[in-house]
Design a protein around this ligand. Structure first.
Ligand code: NAD
Ligand code: UDP
Length: 315
């Protein structure tokens, strides 16, 4: 008898990361069910997949209950506004998708006896007082500040995931994703990578927030997707940091974007958003040792590819 194809359901599958994951799973001959309500996603990200009979698009808000017929082997919960601008625009939706959306996705994994994979975030560490951040660090989050809607929703999602693992014995995975960039990010999603590239390509000033001394560590999407797949098929249940440990100040990052895009743009300084983390860098010892994963793409190379993509897709 021919073997049944493995089935993966991805919430947030029409977003930046979710759509790249759909691509990779289709390439690996999975049947992919992509669930999205398009609050921050775009049909263009998955349009090329609609021709495959193994790919199904389900327009649904995962903060509402979901019923899906048939077998499901993997539930990957990626749905959530992810850019600070997006989650400040949609604070209640962000809280709901992190709490109710996670609960519904876990419920689906439980009933289907599927592996559950949570896309969590370095924001669980808040404005960290430990540097670099290890998975054992509990974080420093302002629960009632504007970013709290995202940070606390993700922290709740992690807690719920571990509870389902302990109580219902679900095979769970939690990835803590550090700033990841690349093709298919929305030009206007507000995150620093698309913002600076858009500004540079339009010869507008690059808007550095604060004094630009805050740091971030930028991971190219292909490295991240590789880490996701390694974690998905691993035996690890607790959180794993996946990101690029190369650390840059935002000012250095702005200067690099200006250099690589060959623009005349200058830098302007705007106020720092409330609770903006001062430093962020993943300790990836666990991913290195347990998953044999580490990033390969240098910031300069990933940025060149991303700038080229933004030039070709001025949307
Ligand atoms: P994105 O905004 O491009 O993708 C999110 C997707 O989720 C969108 O397609 C959106 O329409 C969908 N969505 C949101 N709420 C939904 C709901 N209630 N029901 C159904 N679909 C819904 O963002 P992204 O960068 O691709 O992020 C994907 C996931 O990875 C998010 O959970 C985010 O928190 C996490 N993450 C991303 C990064 C990063 O640097 N890109 C860092 C940390 C964590
Ligand atoms: N940032 C900036 N200018 C912008 C957008 C962002 O200086 O136009 C800064 C922001 O204040 C933060 C960093 O860049 O310190 C990364 O911001 P992003 O929105 O990409 O994500 P975060 O890491 O804060 O979640």
């Amino acid at each position: 008898m021919p073997q049944r194809k493995k089935v993966a359901l991805i919430t947030g599958g029409a977003g930046f990361l979710g759509s790249h994951l759909c691509d990779q799973l289709i390439e690996r001959e999975f049947k992919v069910l992509c669930v999205d309500n398009f609050i921050t996603g775009n049909i263009k990200n998955v349009k090329h997949l609609l021709k495959y009979k193994n790919f199904e698009l389900i327009k649904h808000d995962i903060s509402n209950e979901i019923k899906v017929p048939g077998s499901i082997d993997y539930v990957l919960h990626f749905a959530s506004p992810a850019s600070p601008v997006d989650y400040l625009n949609y604070p209640i939706q962000t809280l709901k998708v992190g709490s109710r959306g996670t609960h519904h996705s876990l419920g689906l994994a439980k009933i289907k006896k599927a592996v559950f994979f949570l896309a969590s975030t370095s924001e669980c560490y808040g404005d960290p007082q430990e540097h670099p951040q290890k998975e054992t660090y509990w974080g420093h989050v302002n629960p009632i500040g504007p970013r709290g809607v995202y940070d606390e929703a993700k922290r709740f999602a992690e807690a719920m995931t571990m509870a389902y693992h302990r109580v219902h014995k679900i095979d769970t995975k939690i990835i803590r994703i550090f700033n990841t960039y690349g093709p298919r990010m929305r030009v206007k999603d507000g995150r620093v990578v698309p913002n600076f590239i858009y500004q540079a390509l339009h010869h507008e000033p690059l808007t550095v927030f604060g004094d630009g001394k805050q740091t971030r560590s930028f991971c190219f999407y292909s490295d991240l997707i590789d880490g996701i797949l390694k974690l998905l098929f691993s035996g690890i249940h607790g959180p794993v940091n996946v990101g690029n440990p190369g650390e840059f100040t935002i000012l250095e990052f702005a200067q690099l974007v200006i250099k690589l895009s060959g623009t005349e743009s200058k830098i302007v300084y705007n106020p720092l958003p409330v609770d903006d983390p001062k430093q962020r860098r993943p300790d990836i010892t666990l991913a290195r040792e347990a998953l044999n994963w580490e990033p390969n793409v240098k910031l300069e190379d990933g940025l060149k590819q991303t700038i080229a993509w933004f030039k070709e897709h001025p949307r």
